[in-house]
Structures are given as C-alpha cells and as structure tokens.
Write a protein that binds this ligand. Structure first.
Ligand code: FE2
Length: 231
C-alpha cells in the first residue's frame, strides 16, 4: 500500500515527466548513484540473535535496496530537469525525495553495520567518550533504548551521533530520514520504521528494541568514531 510520502513522490515524478526538457548538459559529471550503490548485508542473516533471517533479508532487499534504486531513479530525473523553467513544486518534490532516499540508504548501512552476534562492547576510546558525555555506559544505553521505545507506534531513527562542534556524543531522535544533525557523524542507527520489526514482533516494539540492543556490535561505531576524531 502506498503511504502519503510515496504518493507525493509519485506525483512529483509524474509532473517531472511533463516538465523535463531534455536539457542534460553536453558533459554530464558522473552520477552520484554510481557511488551510492547498494552493498550486501555485512553479516550472515541467520546469525543475528533475536532478529529473524526473513526479517533482515526483507529489510535489506526491499527497504534498503529499494531506497538505493529510488535514489538512482530520482537522480536520473533531476539530471534531465531544466531548473530554470521547472516549477518550484517539482524541484522541491524531487530534491526532497532525493534526500530521503539518500539518507535512508546511508542510515540503513549504519544500522546493518551495528548488528552482530551480541556481547560486544565499545572500544576504549568510544567507551571513555560515552562515559564522559552520558555519565556511564548504562545511562547512555538507557537513553538510547528509551528513545527507541518512545518512537514505537510512530517511526523514525535513534542515532548515536558525534558532534564536532560540541566535541561530544549525542543520542539523537529523528522522525524522518532528513532530520540528522547537520554537522553530525552518525555512529549507531536504530531503525524504528515498522518494516524493521513488524514481521518478527508485531506491535511489541519494546521487544524489538531489546533484541537490537542485544545484537549490538560496536566494531563499525569504533571505526567511525576514531576516524572522526582524527579528521
Ligand atoms: Fe529500515
């Protein structure tokens, strides 16, 4: 079933077909979608405790890969759009949908990278920073988990984000793919869209959040954190 955002996107696409003026430049730069290509799952989907193979494969193949395909399709439309003559609603619609598809893809990659067999702990640097910014690891975990459960019944993301300006970590609430901190580097992402849990957990959102926390793997967050600190 199409949701409201999909309908808006579909409307923009139809309008785009009418407004595209065949104005691609003679020397078009390489498409971004050749860089943002979908990756396979970074783990064996049979080996994640608490989340089924069926759920993880569906999430990857339909939602993540779907966002990547959508991004490519929207970019192709934008590359042929005459921005000087196209109506504002058309440009707004396409650019908004482009950003949603791109961020959906990126955040799903962080989400999948944060899943493993469980029992993982952050490395020494990230553990020190979590303690400095939240008082203790347990306090960080309680905040992150609580935000996820609070999003139950709605949808969105819970993000552990590094803020270069503040020089600290933030547990960030996000109700949409477009609402990540503008200067932030996302270290962990908890997907709170229904497609991330409904197949396994139905409406028991809290059980899904607990399963995610139980399967959390810190290796990718450690890597992202140390590269940001050195940047
Ligand atoms: Fe998702």
């Amino acid at each position: 079933m199409l949701d409201r955002r999909s309908l808006i996107g579909a409307g923009a696409m139809l309008a785009a077909s009418a407004a595209i003026a065949g104005c691609a430049t003679a020397q078009s730069p390489p498409a971004l979608s050749t860089v943002y290509t979908p990756k396979p799952l970074p783990f064996d989907p049979k080996a994640i405790p608490g989340l089924s193979e069926k759920l993880l494969v569906s999430h990857h193949d339909n939602n993540y890969a779907g966002a990547a395909k959508r991004f490519g399709d929207i970019e192709a439309q934008l590359r042929q759009t005459d921005f000087a003559t196209a109506p504002g609603f058309l440009i707004n619609g396409l650019k908004r949908e482009e950003l949603i598809a791109l961020n959906s893809m990126i955040l799903h990659e962080v989400y999948f990278a944060g899943l493993g067999k469980g029992g993982s702990k952050p490395g020494a640097d990230l553990a020190r920073q979590l303690e400095a910014d939240f008082g203790s690891h347990d306090r960080w975990r309680a905040e992150f988990t609580g935000i996820g459960k609070a999003l139950g019944g709605g949808s969105g993301w819970v993000l552990l984000t590094w803020s270069p300006r503040a020089g600290r970590l933030i547990n960030q609430w996000s109700s949409d793919h477009t609402l990540t901190a503008a200067d932030g580097a996302v270290l962990l992402a908890l997907d709170m869209y229904e497609h991330a849990y409904h197949m396994d957990f139905g409406a028991k959102v809290g059980d899904y959040v607990n399963a995610y926390m139980g399967a959390l793997d810190w290796a990718a967050a450690d890597k992202a954190f140390s590269s940001r600190l050195k940047a």
